[in-house]
Ligand binder design. Sequence first.
Ligand code: DUC
Ligand code: ZN
Ligand code: ZN
Length: 477
Amino acid sequence: MKFDLIIRGGKVVTATDLMSCEIGIREGRIVAMAENLDSGNADVIDAAGRWVTPGGVDGHCHLDQPSNDGSKAADDFLTGTRSAIAGGTTTVIPFAFQFRGKSLDAAVTDYHERASGKAMADYAFHLIVTDPTPDVIEREIPEMIRNGYPSFKMYMTYNAMKLNDRQILEVLAAARENQGMAMIHAENSDCISWLTDQLEKSGKIEPRYHAASRPSPVEREATHRAITLSELVDVPILIVHVSSREAVEEIRRAQGRGLRIYAETCPQYLFLTESDLDKPGFEGAKCVCSPPPRDKANQQVIWDGLRNGTFQVFSSDHAPTRFDDPAGKKLKGENSSFRWIPNGIPGIETRMPLLFSEGVMKGRIDIHTFVSLTATNPAKIYGLHPKKGSISVGSDADLIIWDHEKLVKISNNLLHHNVDYTPYEGMEIRGWPDTVISRGEVVFANSQVLAEEGRGRFVPGNLPAAALPINRTISVI
Ligand code: DUC
Ligand code: ZN
Ligand code: ZN
């Protein structure tokens, strides 16, 4: 058998298995895995003594997403995917945002234009449904799910995006009927707006009050409500960016009752706390994201949830705005209320190295759990598996060869995004991707991104088995 590339000598890790084997790659796909492969004229990469894991699948990031507040996303598909690749992520799933009054089709068409010719990594799209008209529910959602966009996010907060419970039920019913995966941003909108008004009335406007405007009960209540809506319709949902013990308890209780509730968390809920919002001057704005970072005790609960299976997905929620920029965190000036600070933090490049270092290398999670959370599960839940998120014959040759000994002091100078800061500046970690391979092509090596602009391809999603209602069976063939 002829190969273009062979990865030799590595410890090949999947969500379940550890294999000492060679990986044979042809035309971008894995075509053989065996103890010894005949290299012939193939290029050979020596991975002796190193872990080889699937390339990461970032199931939640925002690239080139237009805003409603006049701020500008710092990363487009070029800089965002360049940064993703340098941190081991070979597939990204950003969001195609439906403007109210516009169709889902318009959103998807727009995002294809934004990505095409720019992306270095492969990409799929989630939809953000903000305007579930009868046409969207009855025609567009079924069409989108059938045509390669099987997942969509709904917001319970933000005036320009939020859906009421009735609307969420209608979208969930369409998801159930068509095997779509519904993702929910769970925070109680009225609680946030009332608390924000109270804080502002008493002059509490600095970035640190962002956390006070969205305390854990705000997340807990909405999480409970989202689960209730999912239970009523009998359809799985995935709760995105879970930050707190109280939300975790709701999710675990629902899972314990046998409901198919999936959950995602992100680096900011492991490595930041609300005290990061309380830095001198306006610095705290760098860590304004929603839900907000909590405290050390909540971080521990999130770690426990990663270990005990509460969470299936670990995403970046990369939502990049620059700090020292009037189209970024300083949109309304440094003395404005936290209300006006664009929400979100960068993290597409640091997602996998942070979890590898602080999770795997420090013994908090094993390497298989790491692979599941960062690649295999998001690929499965969003319909991209086994093409993505797997090391198996037939899957795309998306691979990371890890340097587990490399010591890195994180600094924004090292990163490849277009943001002027990282929330993790100065953090010392162990381990970084040594070589990243995307569809058989070396796209990162010797600390350099080697990918060509525009090489990334759209990957249509299939119907996710994870989206099936509890009582519906799947046909095997
Ligand atoms: N929700 C996200 O998913 N990302 C950034 C901010 C937010 O509220
Ligand atoms: Zn959100
Ligand atoms: Zn997000």
